[in-house]
Design a protein around this ligand. Structure first.
Ligand code: C2E
Ligand code: CA
Ligand code: CA
Length: 522
């Protein structure tokens, strides 16, 4: 039990460690999703704003290269917190800037005077510095043979995004779809290099990193976050105190539960020993009838525990534990002594009746059992008036078969109980010539219910017949079941329909009310 608790505790610790690592991974993915979302939206708005301003500028200047254009370009820079420079390009040269009209136009990189669609805005890294760019250039094609440009320092973008948090463990890059990195200052992490091309949108994974890529809405750009897997461990470490605590609490719960269960089992075991010593087990009796004649032919002896505080305890609440601990043998003997004492005068008045006593196989393996039974029965009952129903929780051993033989030789009849529900299977029947086969309630229920067991009763009856046994159906609750079983030729039956198990004085009253027949079961 404690071993199971230990395993449970280890499972709790292992479970929460793996849970917290999964949590760390989920947290990393969520953080990348959130941050790339914020940045993509912000960049989209920034570029939209730049285009709108350059459109207005074009309408105001109409392509004139003069001081007024230079003034308007300057105003754009001065009034904005984002733009550092503004210029106009014509025939591949910068002709005017926020500083003034250029006396000698400066040749510009071809990117800044390429014809794209009208009103198209292109983002470019500053050509001289490649992806180490300290500015992103915005190129606006007026469609009239000249272009306007603006530069945005990457530092400004970084500042704009500062609220997006600089502590994140992932690096974030702003990239053009052709793989050019426009800015890596959004959030950078040492030792993470930008990818050479834009990864597919959404989550992807390499051997070393988790990657989340998000398209900037309305533009051919992407924000890409890269989370080094090594960083997952440190994120995981942050959650260890919480999950470690949780695991400890769970482990403690396991130990407590096991301790309580252990204590309860121990106390049930010692209570059962006490019950045997103080003879607290008593018998109730359920009549068994001949289904063809309707007369009572015998009774099944069923154990009850007369508990000093809990009252009458049903067998299923304690017999499994009694069988597990072996106390069942003492309890059976104790119950038999009491039952046979109560039954002796009844059998004197009704000599044709028989008593069926439940015996677990492990009791049979006790070598002194037949002698004990013999002592109890000899001179008081006819052996043929006693039968044992074999209840099975273990397989039938050679020792048990030997004891069965001794009892059969005495004249005691033997029944297979609960056939088809546990160990009592076909092999069981081939091991010993039993006298009766008890058809379990589960199969009798199938006669009236549309259950899986419906129809099985016919098969079980055929098996019983083929093995030369008489049949006793148990758990009969409806007249239709009696009819069905009668038609199948089942000899005997018991169940609430006839009478429930009851103490001896009720059995005696019941017998008095029901004129018993003369056909003996045996
Ligand atoms: P079992 O040997 O199959 O006994 C039949 C059970 O079915 C009894 O339950 C009985 O009360 C119940 N029963 C009979 N007719 C009906 C019916 O029409 N409807 C319903 N719902 N139930 C019916 P009980 O007395 O609670 O015993 C349960 C089990 O406990 C027994 O099943 C047997 O396996 C075990 N048991 C009872 N007494 C002893 C005993 O003295 N020694 C051993 N080893 N096991 C016992
Ligand atoms: Ca039984
Ligand atoms: Ca049964």
């Amino acid at each position: 039990m404690m071993g199971v608790a230990m395993l449970g505790a280890l499972a709790a610790i292992g479970g929460s460690a793996s849970l917290s690592f999964r949590q760390a991974r989920l947290a990393a993915i969520e953080s990348m999703q959130e941050k790339t979302g914020i940045w993509a939206q912000a960049i989209s708005r920034l570029v939209d704003g730049a285009r709108a301003k350059l459109q207005l500028l074009d309408q105001a200047t109409q392509g004139e290269i003069n001081q007024q254009t230079a003034n308007l370009l300057r105003r754009l820079v001065v009034e904005s917190t984002i733009f550092r420079e503004a210029w106009m390009v014509k025939d591949g040269r910068m002709v005017c800037s926020d500083v003034g009209v250029l006396a000698e136009p400066v040749p510009m990189a071809s990117d800044l005077c390429q014809l794209g669609s009208v009103a198209e805005v292109r983002l470019l890294p500053r050509p001289s510095q490649g992806d180490q760019s300290d500015a992103i250039l915005i190129n606006y094609n007026t469609g009239k043979g000249y272009f306007f440009g603006l530069s945005i320092p990457t530092q400004t973008i970084g500042e704009l995004m500062r609220y997006g948090d600089s502590n994140a463990a992932h690096a974030t890059f702003f990239m053009r779809q052709d793989g050019v990195v426009l800015d890596r200052s959004l959030n950078s992490v040492p030792n993470v290099t930008p990818p050479t091309k834009v990864p597919p949108a959404g989550l992807s994974e390499t051997q070393d990193a988790l990657i989340y890529s998000r398209v900037v809405p309305g533009y051919n750009y992407a924000v890409v976050a890269i989370f080094p897997k090594k960083a997952l461990w440190s994120l995981w470490a942050q959650s260890v105190p919480f999950y470690g605590g949780l695991a400890l609490v769970l482990a403690l719960c396991f130990f407590l539960a096991a301790w309580v269960a252990n204590a309860q089992t121990l106390s049930l075991e010692s209570e059962l020993r006490e019950a045997a010593r103080l003879k607290q087990v008593i018998a109730h009796y359920q009549p068994i009838l001949n289904l063809q004649t309707g007369k009572c032919v015998g009774l099944e002896v069923l154990m009850r525990w007369q508990h000093p505080t809990r009252g009458l305890v049903p067998p299923l609440a304690f017999i499994p534990e009694a069988e597990r601990t072996g106390i069942i043998t003492e309890l059976t003997e104790c119950m038999m002594v009491g039952a046979l004492e109560e039954l002796e005068p009844v059998f004197r008045d009704h000599p044709h009746l028989h008593a069926a006593i439940n015996i677990p196989v492990q009791t049979l393996t006790n070598p002194s059992f037949p002698a004990h039974v013999d002592r109890l029965i000899r001179g008081r009952f006819r052996y043929k008036n006693i039968s044992f129903e074999l209840t099975e929780s273990t397989s039938l051993t050679d020792a048990a078969l030997g004891q069965l033989r001794v009892m059969k030789d005495l004249g005691i009849r033997l029944a297979v109980d609960d056939f088809g529900t546990g160990y009592s299977n076909l092999r069981y029947l081939s091991l010993f010539p039993f006298d009766f086969l008890k058809v379990d309630k589960a199969f009798v229920d199938g006669i009236t219910n549309e259950t899986k067991s419906s129809g099985l009763v016919d098969q079980i009856v055929s098996i019983g017949r083929a093995c030369g046994m008489e049949l006793i159906a148990e758990g009969i609750e409806h007249p239709s079941q009696v009819e069905y079983l009668k038609n199948l030729g089942v000899e005997f039956g018991q169940g609430y329909y006839f009478a429930p198990p009851a103490p001896i004085h009720e059995l005696i009253e019941w017998l008095a009310r029901n004129a018993e027949g003369d056909k003996c079961l045996l």
